[in-house]
Design a binder for this molecule. Structure first.
Ligand SMILES: [Zn+2]
Length: 191
């Protein structure tokens, strides 16, 4: 009965040695800074998560990531004006992926230390610059990297403001003209 070696523990059973060997695959994982809204199993019991890093009530941006393969979707390519992934579209994508993906669960992404997280964020910002124009940078532009970053919005604001203070040639941070918060403008690459 090989299966009994790897059976899942019932919630009210005391933990046993076998349970402790059972790795966390994302069934209860709550990465820092994100809200996991739904979870699905793929065909090999790897978890597909539907998450958001956006805490608005209306018009929230959702994303889907597979913790088996590297499937990750943050945009709805069927839409033209706004590519925001709605909850309905995200659920459809998550369910669709889960019903066809056969990848086994991989290790959950490790939470980087602060220095590494800061370096990642700064590298992404530099790589997001355009040659032709300045543009407003929003936290949602990092949605596809949040599983890697594992930091709160507050941490990101603090770091982006610090980056703007260090590198005024790359990023400006000013109080929003439209209410509370900070506006970030990513300045074009010098030609
Ligand atoms: Zn997958």
């Amino acid at each position: 009965m090989a299966l009994t070696l790897f059976r899942r523990p019932a919630p009210d059973e005391p933990p046993t040695l076998e349970d402790e060997l059972w790795p966390e695959t994302g069934e209860t994982w709550t990465p820092e800074g994100l809200t996991v809204v739904e979870r699905y199993y793929n065909l090999a019991n790897a978890v597909v998560i539907l998450y958001t890093a956006d805490h608005k009530e209306i018009g929230t941006y959702y994303a889907v990531a597979c913790l088996g393969c590297h499937y990750l979707v943050t945009r709805d390519k069927h839409r033209t004006y706004s590519t925001r992934l709605t909850l309905e579209a995200a659920a459809k994508a998550a369910n669709g992926h889960a019903s066809t993906c056969r990848a086994l669960a991989r290790s959950l992404p490790a939470r980087p230390d602060d220095d590494t997280a800061r370096r990642l964020l700064r590298t992404w910002v530099l790589n997001m610059r355009r040659r032709d124009q300045d543009y407003y940078l929003h936290l949602r532009h990092f949605d596809s990297r949040r599983l890697e970053l594992q930091r709160t919005d507050e941490w990101m604001h603090t770091e982006l403001e610090a980056f703007a203070a260090d590198r005024g040639d790359v990023l400006s941070a000013t109080p929003s003209k439209y209410g509370a918060g900070i506006e970030y403008e990513l300045l074009r690459e010098p030609s």
